[in-house]
Design a protein around this ligand. Structure first.
Ligand SMILES: N[C@@H](CCC(=O)N[C@@H](CS)C(=O)NCC(=O)O)C(=O)O
Length: 202
């Protein structure tokens, strides 16, 4: 059984969400702030969450873990086949959520929560907010005619982006303001999924 190193609120939520969508069994090793975890230190050379262990394989990077699980355990329902017309866009959206979309969110989090107060910069918070808004305003028309990033079919790309939008929502950036209504509706659609609800409860 795959073992997942997890910390509440972290990107490991994506992996639990994926497991729940697939109905897979998994074993959790939950890290607690300030408590050393020897198995995790050995498994994740970068000390980043998530990390998985599957037999002899140890893997970090949430998007890579998702691709690995879908390829190894079958994810027909959650990713288009390589030879389908949707596959290129699937790759784009899968990576978008952990590169372009999350970048300004990390900037805001670092300067509002993670750094000590004397090292926080208001300029970085403001430019992070501006940059995030610009990105979701560009994303909004994509979601005006379709329920998910690939159209009518929910995919693992929605899991990656859904986690990022959850962070944004917690920062009160998904405020239904003009020009981002479709992104806000999209996030509410993702939130309503049973597998998402299960994942956030863990
Ligand atoms: N790109 C990586 C990012 C991993 C990452 O930064 N994880 C955060 C938790 S969400 C972490 O481990 N932070 C602790 C640290 O940076 O020391 C992924 O998608 O897995």
């Amino acid at each position: 059984m795959i073992k997942l190193f997890h910390a509440k609120g972290s990107r490991s939520l994506r992996i639990i969400w994926l497991f729940e969508e697939l109905g897979m069994d998994y074993q959790l090793d939950t890290l607690e702030r300030g408590k050393p975890n020897k198995a995790f230190s050995e498994a994740s050379i970068f000390a980043k969450i998530p990390a998985i262990q599957d037999g002899d394989i140890t893997l970090t990077e949430s998007v890579a873990i998702i691709q690995y699980i879908l390829q190894k355990y079958g994810g027909e329902g959650l990713q288009p086949s390589v030879d389908s017309d949707d596959y290129a866009m699937y790759l784009q959206w899968l990576n978008f959520g952990e590169s372009t979309l999350i970048q300004p969110i990390v900037e805001i989090l670092v300067n509002t929560m993670f750094r000590s107060e004397e090292n926080r910069h208001q300029y970085s918070i403001d430019s992070g907010i501006q940059s995030f808004k610009k990105i979701i305003q560009s994303l909004d028309p994509v979601l005006s005619q379709q329920n998910y990033l690939l159209g009518s079919q929910f995919s693992a790309a929605d899991i990656v982006n859904g986690y990022t939008l959850r962070l944004a929502n917690r920062l009160q950036l998904l405020d239904d303001s003009e020009g981002i209504e479709n992104v806000c509706d999209y996030f509410r659609r993702l939130e309503a999924r049973e597998a998402y609800q299960k994942a956030i409860s863990i």
